[in-house]
Design a binder for this molecule. Structure first.
Ligand SMILES: O=C(O)c1ccccc1NCC(=O)[C@H](O)[C@H](O)COP(=O)(O)O
Length: 214
């Protein structure tokens, strides 16, 4: 299982990530408390250690602008967090992860998965579907988890990536319930909107324990 830490905006945070077995670092280009400019992202990405892959997070950005930022900032993966279409993904020249917003109060929000699952084999750059909690219309960095049991078994049908309210205290249960190929953690390893090294250390300690127990 791979690990993405999202919402990186400061050099101190890059330095923390470089000390842990992080696979992906997420940079948010969409409107957010954690938004970075392309210039900031470029500087931060250049300082990631080899082995940490930069991911750009976008909400309803045009494929042309996404492609420009992929080139300018050195992004390898693009995470689409809005209402992007199959055609948008076809036009993006990078690896893509598509977020599926799961309304924490409405299991029927998972129904949209069917059409994305059908699109997967037709889109060679679409690597997986990221289930993230949606709370009151907001999706992304909510700090809330949806009931994972709603998605049990989906990991057998497609590469399932999991986000939403993950933290050191619940990561083992999340892994045990859904066996995701990747976990995406943001506010659960922050203090005052900055990545907190002690929380990241505990996150990896818990992941290690879970993997050893298997
Ligand atoms: O994190 C944000 O502020 C954000 C804003 C707009 C779109 C996406 C955003 N985050 C995307 C992520 O990949 C987060 O890691 C994911 O939503 C999980 O967040 P959290 O529940 O805080 O762990």
């Amino acid at each position: 299982m791979q690990v993405k830490i999202c919402g990186i905006k400061r050099m101190e945070e890059v330095e923390i990530l470089n000390r842990y077995p992080v696979d992906y670092a997420g940079f948010i280009f969409a409107a957010s408390k954690r938004q970075v400019t392309p210039e900031q992202a470029g500087v931060l990405i250049a300082r990631l250690r080899p082995g940490i892959t930069p991911v750009g997070v976008f909400v309803d950005e045009s494929p042309q602008r996404v492609n420009d930022l992929v080139r300018e900032c050195g992004l390898e993966v693009v995470q689409l967090h809005g209402r992007e279409s199959v055609e948008d993904i076809r036009r993006i020249k990078a690896r893509v992860w598509k977020t599926i917003p799961v309304d924490v109060e409405d299991p029927s929000s998972l129904e949209i998965l069917e059409s994305w699952e059908a699109a997967l084999p037709k889109l060679p750059n679409l690597e997986g579907l990221l289930l993230d909690a949606r709370v009151g219309g907001q999706s992304g960095g909510t700090g809330k988890a949806f009931p994972w049991s709603w998605a049990a078994g989906l990991e057998e049908r497609f590469p399932l990536f999991l986000a939403g309210g993950l933290c050191p205290e619940n990561i083992r249960e999340a892994i045990r319930t859904l066996h995701p190929a990747l976990v995406d953690v943001n506010s659960g390893v922050e203090t005052d909107l900055l990545k907190d090294e002690e929380k990241i250390r505990r996150l990896f300690e818990e992941i290690d324990k879970e993997e050893k127990d298997r």
